[in-house]
Write a protein that binds this ligand. Structure first.
Ligand SMILES: [Zn+2]
Length: 113
């Protein structure tokens, strides 16, 4: 982790930031690190989630498709839409996801990951 940290300081611009803020307080440094790490965290999440992308469920049989949470009917795919997920770091992660709609009760939602 120490090696990763040393490399990240440059990549995230924190080495430069520290030079520009030689008298920064602990809280200011922590805020600067958090901001960069949260952005990196969001990007990592996005990349790792999409790495494990499985086949599109819209092509699957009814039995394999996600079910409506209300009535249990298999969902109909409503095309790919952008889904924004909020990370615990406060950043937004953008994913392309197949949106589903229930043919029986009409609710629409993104099935869980
Ligand atoms: Zn339903």
């Amino acid at each position: 982790m120490q090696q990763v940290s040393a490399g990240l300081q440059d990549v995230l611009g924190l080495t430069q930031w520290r030079k520009e803020h030689p008298k920064a307080t602990w809280a200011e440094i922590e805020a600067a690190v958090d901001e960069q790490i949260n952005q990196l965290r969001a990007q990592l999440l996005q990349d790792v989630v999409q790495m494990g992308e499985t086949e599109d469920w819209s092509q699957k049989s009814e039995a394999e498709r996600p079910k409506c949470a209300t009535c249990g009917k298999p969902l109909w795919a409503r095309g790919k839409q952008t889904r924004y997920l909020q990370t615990t770091g406060g950043e937004a992660v953008k994913l392309m996801r197949t949106y589903g709609a229930c043919p029986a009760c009409g609710v629409g939602f993104f099935p869980p990951l």
